[in-house]
Ligand binder design. Structure first.
Ligand SMILES: [Fe+2]
Ligand SMILES: [Fe+2]
Length: 189
């Protein structure tokens, strides 16, 4: 295992992602690095996970499902309806692990879309960075950004709540890991 550095990550992205999405990835990397510094996660790992988090975001649904099968990634009923949107993180994590990405960084890539209960600080920083990066604009985001200035857990709680409201508002299914994160982050409320 040689590991993956920023330059190798950039080359991987160039082969897989549109320029617009590469810009998003760079903004997530910068935001993840800021959050990591603020909340005590390894800065370079956060930056690398941010850069690579959407590595598989532009695969087709069929390619995503094929990769999931190849890597033994479980496909539940909700994932089966929206494979690209929900499984691009787990598929990217599996592919990048094979390329030598360290397991903790790969885990942050895996969990960036849906989250999970029991996330590490690094994983939370990447999840939140994808949510609040400066290119995003939607109702409620300013509150999450404000919380992210002082409390990682409060910001993640607000982010998962907004995510679930959006998903449910559209009448879509919720994956169990997202509900687990919601319940954990709203424990006692
Ligand atoms: Fe993503
Ligand atoms: Fe993203």
């Amino acid at each position: 295992m040689t590991g993956l550095d920023g330059a190798a990550a950039e080359r991987l992205l160039e082969a897989r992602l549109s320029p617009r999405r590469r810009e998003h990835a760079r903004r997530v990397a910068a935001e993840a690095a800021r959050l990591a510094q603020r909340f005590g996660a390894p800065r370079e790992k956060a930056e690398l996970a941010g850069l690579l988090h959407d590595y598989c975001r532009e695969l087709t649904d069929a390619e995503t499902l094929a990769a999931a099968a190849r890597h033994g990634i479980p496909v539940g009923p909700v994932e089966a309806r929206r494979p690209r949107q929900i499984l691009h993180g787990p598929v990217a994590a599996a592919e990048l692990l094979e390329l030598g990405l360290s397991p903790d960084v790969a885990a942050a890539v895996r969990l960036h879309t849906v989250g999970a209960a029991g996330m590490t600080v690094l994983e939370k920083c990447v999840y939140l960075a994808d949510f609040i990066e400066p290119g995003r604009a939607f109702a409620g985001l300013d509150e999450v950004r404000a919380l992210a200035a002082t409390s990682l857990d409060a910001a993640v709680a607000a982010a998962v709540r907004l995510s679930l409201l959006e998903v449910i508002g559209r009448g879509r299914g919720v994956v169990p890991a997202a509900l687990a994160l919601y319940n954990e982050s709203h424990a006692g409320q």
